[in-house]
Design a protein around this ligand. Structure first.
Ligand code: HEM
Ligand code: HEM
Ligand SMILES: Nc1nc2c(c(=O)[nH]1)N[C@H]1C(S)=C(S)[C@@H](COP(=O)(O)O)O[C@H]1N2
Ligand SMILES: [Mo]
Length: 343
């Protein structure tokens, strides 16, 4: 049972970590599917606590080298799970500028080196017996119990009328929809708001070696509108009215051979911020992505991406590049990028 418990924890930690990121990747239905598996793996980890506590107590008594690192690791796992549950129930979605979801993901990321060390330093043999009938039955009951715990949690949140019942399918909470002044200002990780002079600023659009520069004034002349929901992985969402110009319209001004796929026109759109933050899109998305100059009819605040930022409906917040300066169609496929930004 001891080896089985450790092995199960190993699988569950990996599952929780992976499904968390998969959920962040999708702004549509797969996100919820992934989060159900995610929550269930989290509850399964909790369910193994009584068995793991016995293992840990014995390990601590033995004072093996680095035992204290296992305690730090334990602290991070508890912090992550606690923050996750505080977020999902809505009991505490943040303290000051830090959201429970940021603590949840931050603690999980911080735990990575510890878990890697823990499984190396406390290596357990994996034997054929781990696939025995009894092991599989145990795994089955654990998964069933975890699934029930998820359902019970969702039901309880609703019966008790906790804020968690107001979550969107991504797990995010609504903030200030259609009230532009209430839209939070946030960044993916470390980006800071740059100072930009609109008089000298240019939007550089490059297609197949041909460059077209747009001034802020020129872009302000467009008034394409979209109502879209910004859903930040930090745990909030906000529906707002944006206006500007559809990305595809900026490509329309190029001579036609430069436009089409595979005719020297490239195969994806690379959108770059002045800060270096960037995202790559399929060319077919260009008609659905807005280069926004206004929020709620007013020019953008510096914090929201002044002079122009991307509005990418149905994609999570990290795709909505702020302070855009260059847009390039190049030959690289749209999947040729890290799934998440590193800055
Ligand atoms: C939720 C995840 C986990 C937590 C919080 C955790 C925590 C701990 C703690 C506090 C100890 C005692 C201190 C020490 O010996 O270093 C320990 C020991 C141990 N852990 Fe873990 N652990 C986790 C997952 C795992 C995994 C995934 C494995 C293996 C694949 C594992 C294998 C072991 C082993 C073999 C021991 C030593 C027991 C002994 O010496 O008697 N643990 N763990
Ligand atoms: C091994 C680490 C992790 C564990 C054990 C874990 C566990 C949990 C648990 C227990 C919940 C509460 C679920 C509920 O009550 O509905 C939760 C929520 C959540 N976690 Fe994690 N998590 C981990 C890492 C991550 C990571 C790395 C991400 C994202 C990259 C993530 C994203 C989320 C999201 C978005 C929610 C909110 C779901 C909702 O409110 O419906 N988690 N997690
Ligand atoms: N250049 C740049 N653009 C960015 C980010 C960033 O860190 N740098 N963060 C993204 C994330 S994670 C979100 S949720 C939105 C937040 O937009 P807001 O501050 O207008 O609410 O901007 C996106 N655009
Ligand atoms: Mo975000």
């Amino acid at each position: 049972m001891r080896r089985w418990t450790n092995l199960a924890l190993f699988v569950l930690l990996g599952l929780a970590f992976t499904t968390g990121w998969v959920a962040f990747f999708y702004g549509t239905a797969p996100s919820r599917v992934s989060l159900i598996v995610h929550a269930a793996s989290g509850y399964a980890i909790i369910a193994l606590t009584p068995w793991k506590a016995v293992i840990a107590a014995r390990g601590i008594q033995r004072r093996r080298p680095g035992w204290w690192a296992s305690l730090v690791f334990t602290g991070l796992v508890i912090a992550s799970i606690a923050a996750g549950i505080l977020h999902s129930t809505g009991l505490l979605t943040g303290v000051g500028a830090i959201s429970a979801m940021e603590v949840h993901v931050g603690a999980a990321l911080a735990a990575i080196p510890f878990v890697a060390w823990h499984v190396m330093a406390r290596r357990i043999p994996v034997r054929a017996v781990d696939l025995s009938r009894r092991s599989l039955l145990r795994a089955g009951s654990l998964l069933a119990g975890a699934g029930l715990a998820y359902v019970a949690g969702e039901v309880a949140v609703r019966l008790l009328g906790l804020p968690g019942s107001l979550r969107r399918f991504t797990g995010s909470y609504e903030v200030g929809s259609l009230q532009p002044a209430q839209l939070p200002e946030t960044s993916w990780m470390f980006d800071a708001v740059p100072a930009i002079d609109p008089a000298t600023w240019r939007l550089t659009v490059e297609v197949g070696g041909t460059v077209r520069e747009w001034t802020y004034e020129e872009l302000l002349a467009f008034d394409d509108r979209v109502r879209a929901t910004l859903d930040c992985t930090g745990g909030f969402y906000s529906m707002q009215d944006w206006s500007g110009v559809w990305l595809s319209r900026l490509f329309a001004s190029f001579p036609s051979p430069a436009r089409g796929r595979g005719q020297g026109g490239g195969s994806s759109v690379h959108v770059c911020s002045l800060t270096g933050y960037d995202r790559r899109f399929a060319i077919s998305d260009a008609g659905r992505v807005l280069i926004a100059t206004r929020l709620g009819g007013m020019p953008l605040d510096p914090g929201h991406g002044f002079p122009v930022r991307l509005v990418a409906p149905n994609l999570r917040g990290y795709w909505w590049v702020k302070w855009v300066t260059t847009i390039t169609i190049d030959e690289l496929p749209s999947w040729w990028q890290l799934p998440f930004p590193l800055q």
